[in-house]
Write a protein that binds this ligand. Structure first.
Ligand SMILES: [Zn+2]
Length: 342
């Protein structure tokens, strides 16, 4: 199993964001990707750089105007507010009636949902190459590989069709799932990050050709809130093609495996020919954003169960923060998955 990574993804360097009304050190640090990259190298994974596939595969799942807003947004913000200010939205449109304004601050509220996606000088480059890394891994599987791992950063699964959310700008996993439909009639995306794949749900909700499943604590009481409830099962052609499996906060490994098995059974029933995994390691018991209790051996077991579907699979990196076991969890999952799909 080949891994893909581009160093330019390290250039998004957020300092802080607001959580529960307080400024907090930003959790989604470049060091996360460095730790994962170094683990891959240490375990003998071949790490390749992505080619440039352009923005068409991204615009296939995102609003074009949103995609076009991002490349110049940081420079325009700095021109307006200077370099000391944090490039976050401070105004929001509320209901989506009305029009996108021309002012940078108004536009930021239009296209960004919260304070967790501050724009920094290198943000666009990192976001761009994070998406290219994902697309390259999809290309690898389209070319016949059984599996590929995209070390993406910033992550993507909270990004919705027309806005950033929860550390995420482009929804890499949805870009991959959509890309795979050029060859595979039915694709499944399963999200095992501890947080809900709310962006993926938003993007895929009416798709009949991509089944989506996410395991996460109840969004009524756990961030990122709003989406991912059990009764959200898809609409139109996507009716019955979204599955949210809710976990209790504090859930054990056995609980998580039972939830995973529910998702896997639904994916089999759907008849998926290819799989995308939104792979977060923040189900770890010692993750800074921990909500459930998975340990390195639990991540290996998740890898075995996912690999047992025995269909071409793209693993897309999502969350998993700077807790003590990040490298161990990633090593445990990825080396097991590599072995199982060799
Ligand atoms: Zn997460």
């Amino acid at each position: 199993m080949k891994a893909f990574f581009d160093e330019r993804q390290l250039r998004h360097a957020p300092t802080f964001y607001f959580r529960r009304g307080a400024a907090m050190p930003h959790q989604e640090q470049p060091q996360r990707a460095e730790i994962l990259r170094d683990m891959l190298a240490g375990e003998g994974f071949e790490i390749a750089k992505p080619r440039d596939h352009g923005l068409d595969p991204v615009k296939a799942v995102h609003n074009t105007d949103y995609v076009d807003f991002l490349p110049t947004a940081h420079a325009r913000f700095v021109e307006s507010a200077g370099t000391e200010a944090l490039a976050i939205p401070t105004m929001h449109p509320g209901r989506r009636r009305g029009k996108e304004p021309k002012d940078i601050h108004g536009q930021m509220g239009w296209w960004m949902t919260d304070t967790s996606t501050p724009l920094t000088e290198g943000t666009w480059e990192a976001v761009y190459w994070s998406a290219q890394t994902a697309i390259e891994a999809a290309e690898e599987v389209l070319s016949g590989a059984k599996s590929a791992y995209a070390l993406c950063r910033p992550p993507g699964h909270h990004a919705m069709r027309d806005c950033s959310n929860g550390f995420c700008f482009f929804n890499n996993a949805c870009v991959v799932a959509n890309h795979l439909t050029s060859k595979f009639k039915k694709v499944a995306l399963i999200d095992v990050d501890v947080h809900t794949g709310n962006g993926s749900l938003d993007i895929l909700y009416e798709r009949g050709d991509i089944f989506f499943c996410s395991l996460h604590p109840d969004p009524a009481t756990y961030p990122t809130f709003y989406l991912g409830h059990a009764d959200e099962t898809g609409e139109g052609e996507g009716a019955g093609k979204s599955l949210n499996v809710l976990l209790q906060q504090g859930a054990s490994e056995d609980d998580v495996m039972a939830a995973l098995d529910k998702g896997l059974a639904a994916i089999k029933d759907f008849g998926a020919e290819a799989l995308v995994v939104s792979l977060g390691f923040d189900m770890a018991a010692d993750d800074p954003l921990a909500a459930v209790n998975v340990y390195p051996e639990g991540f290996a077991e998740m890898a075995r169960r996912l690999a047992a579907l025995n269909i071409p699979t793209v693993l897309v990196q999502e969350g998993g923060y700077l807790g003590p076991s990040l490298a161990d969890n990633a090593k445990s999952f990825l080396t097991t998955f590599r072995e199982a799909t060799a």
